[in-house]
Ligand binder design. Structure first.
Ligand code: C5P
Length: 364
């Protein structure tokens, strides 16, 4: 519908966008810290994190899809006793199974591969760049997303929307200037021996390359997922399960490839989760949550608007940097952030032309 579902009276569309902005900021900070807070010898495996992310996200989506299916079948049944519920669960399960392995499920293989590549590259980027630099350059995905939306979804953007995208890129650029000219750009983690040690092996060029490719795959994967989702009646959560299932193949590949044929005494699981500490788990947890929110955003909003939400996350992560890492806010940050906010507002202005007859724009 035009207004869509709500949470506590607020439109889900906006709740999910704000949630995504906060999640993005948290992820950049926690993921970065999880990588730099230990010496490389004690680092966890990003490939395991990517795999775990898909397994958890897929499982949660499966449970939600099953609950939805069960609710739907409840409508058609009159009695809702406990025994009845227990008895009908396998039927819902079987229905869902058929839906997941429907003939068109292969469509999800493309975004699945792209997202696994993106999620893996994100670890490379975050380990090789300061948080602020990573966050800002990662916003390039707004432009790749807009380009793919126009090319693949045949979305036409009004001049106002193009202008606001330009503004957004401009605002992001201003913030970037401030982060790259900051006198102490390495204020992105608490100072400790492990952290200082890791700084020496950061490779910004490698980081920038990873971000650039991640932006391309992000834009394409997001638009492709939106295309699949909006091009059929299949449930969002069923699509998510399909996405995670296809992700398992590319996510397992580096693990199979990298695991030595002779396992240590602990076995393969111990090898996979070696050094998987609290911060690694927190990273995966925030990623899983983000993936689910992203799916909701793509469904109830769209990919371009999602880009604006994540650009707001720059502001959240800078504010967090101020509190956590004694980052100082400069005038150029304020200006850049304000431009981002204005661009977001501009992009969300209702299109005046669409509702009016040609040549008779409403007075507002
Ligand atoms: O920021 P961006 O949109 O590029 O990141 C998308 C993230 O959300 C990826 O980590 C991807 O794995 C995840 N995602 C998901 N389920 C979807 C769509 C995206 O888990 N349906």
């Amino acid at each position: 519908g035009s207004s869509g579902p709500t949470i506590c009276g607020l439109p889900l569309k906006y709740v999910s966008l704000i949630t995504l902005a906060v999640q993005n900021a948290a992820l950049a900070i926690v993921m970065h810290y999880s990588r730099i807070s230990t010496p490389p010898a004690l680092a966890y495996s990003p490939a395991s994190a990517v795999l775990l992310n898909e397994i958890l996200k897929g499982s949660i989506s499966f449970v939600i899809a099953l609950m939805n299916k069960h609710e739907a079948s409840k409508m058609t049944r009159q009695n809702s006793g406990v025994w009845d519920t227990v008895r009908s669960l396998p039927i819902s399960f079987w229905d869902l199974w058929g839906e997941i392995f429907s003939p068109d499920c292969w469509k999800l293989s493309i975004p699945a591969i792209l997202y696994v590549v993106q999620n893996s590259l994100q670890f490379v980027a975050v380990s090789n760049l300061p948080v602020a630099t990573f966050q800002v350059t990662y916003q390039m995905k707004i432009l790749t997303t807009a380009a793919f939306s126009v090319a693949l979804l045949r979305r036409t953007l009004s001049p106002m929307k193009w202008l606001s995208l330009l503004f957004l890129a401009f605002g992001v650029g201003i913030v970037q200037i401030q982060s790259s000219t900051s006198s102490s750009p390495i204020k992105d983690g608490p100072v400790g021996s492990a952290h200082d040690f890791h700084m020496h092996i950061m490779n910004p060029f490698k980081g920038f390359c990873a971000v650039t490719v991640a932006c391309l795959t992000s834009g394409l994967a997001g638009v492709y997922f939106e295309m699949v989702l909006k091009g059929s009646k299949a449930d969002l959560w069923v699509r998510n399960v399909q996405l995670s299932l296809f992700s398992l193949i590319p996510a397992l590949m580096p693990i199979i490839y990298a695991t030595p044929s002779n396992y240590s005494q602990g076995g393969i699981l111990a090898d996979l989760f070696r050094n998987f500490g609290l911060w690694a788990w927190a990273t995966v947890g925030i990623q899983v949550f983000g993936g689910l929110v992203t799916a909701v955003v793509i469904k109830y909003s769209d990919n371009i608007l999602k880009g604006f939400a994540t650009s707001l996350s720059i502001i959240f992560s800078f504010l967090a940097s101020v509190v956590l890492f004694e980052f100082t806010i400069t005038p150029s940050f304020i200006i850049g952030a304000s431009v981002v906010l204005v661009a977001t507002w501009m992009y969300n202005q209702p299109p005046a032309q669409e509702s009016a007859l040609p040549g008779s724009l409403p007075g507002s």
